[in-house]
Design a protein. Structure first.
Ligand SMILES: [Fe+2]
Length: 264
């Protein structure tokens, strides 16, 4: 019987995108047969496996381009490919790092990793059809920071990765879809619509486990969420928020009012 944790560790560290995606999708398919046993503590992973030729740079070093040209759209879709690639690593790390959780916790995060792998495949196919590939453009190295910052606290992880980083995706994706639609790129629009719907579920899964751990620690979730943002992000939550999508993803109306008055 294969051990879930050693298998996930190898996938997180895997650099080759084709292999990483394949292994993630296989893991999800055979998950029910996995053996959950801890032989040693998880590694501290300061950097997961990225393709060797991908240049990781500071966010401000990235150039913004218009999306009226195919090259501009390739740059945008490459940035999204990088987000999805990181999302595979982040979902796997949620399952890998936190021991002694209910079995459903692992089922949920392996399923999310599988979705992210599928998203990455769709975008990579788009890039390939348009003459480029993942690794052709630089990408910023800030996305894993939150994983490192929250590696010792599952409550912080559930608050700040799904409910902040992924929820930010819900805020910005509809605008991106409109712009791509305006540029006549129906294929990109189709892909982003699928991703958008799936990400609502992912944030909702994050909310579910965030509430679970708030309950275990006897914390009021809305207050606990804000205190995580203050503690780990110096209160720098970015709006405006997509209230409609967030309400489907485990936020409630009172919480959205609180977040809007405090942060946007
Ligand atoms: Fe995704």
């Amino acid at each position: 019987m294969n051990c879930l944790f050693s298998e996930i560790e190898q996938i997180i560290l895997c650099k080759d995108p084709t292999d990483k995606v394949k292994a993630t999708r296989n893991l999800a398919k055979g998950f029910i047969k996995k053996h959950i046993e801890y032989k040693r503590p998880p590694l501290e992973i300061t950097l997961p496996g990225y393709p060797t030729r991908l240049a990781l740079v500071a966010p401000r070093a990235l150039k913004r381009r218009g999306i009226d040209t195919q090259e501009g759209r390739n740059v945008l879709m490459h940035a999204i490919a990088h987000i999805e690639f990181n999302a595979i690593n982040l979902a796997l790390d949620a399952a890998y790092r936190f021991i002694d959780q209910p079995f459903d916790y692992y089922v949920d995060w392996v399923k999310v990793a599988d979705d992210e792998a599928r998203h990455f495949q769709m975008i990579r196919r788009y890039l390939n059809l348009n003459g480029c590939d993942y690794g052709d453009y630089p990408a910023h190295n800030g996305l894993w920071d939150m994983a490192v910052k929250t590696q010792h606290d599952i409550l912080a992880r559930m608050a700040l990765v799904p409910r902040v980083l992924e929820a930010r995706g819900l805020d910005v994706t509809p605008g991106m879809i409109r712009r791509l639609d305006g540029a006549g790129d129906t294929e990109a629009v189709e892909i982003l619509n699928i991703i958008y719907q799936d990400e609502i579920q992912h944030v909702d899964i994050g909310s579910k486990w965030f509430f679970h751990h708030c309950a275990l620690r006897e914390l009021e979730p809305r207050t606990a969420f804000i205190s995580m943002i203050e503690k780990h992000m110096h209160g720098e939550l970015r709006g405006p928020f997509n209230v409609e999508a967030r309400l489907k993803a485990g936020f409630d109306k009172i919480e959205m009012q609180q977040l809007e008055s405090k942060y946007s």
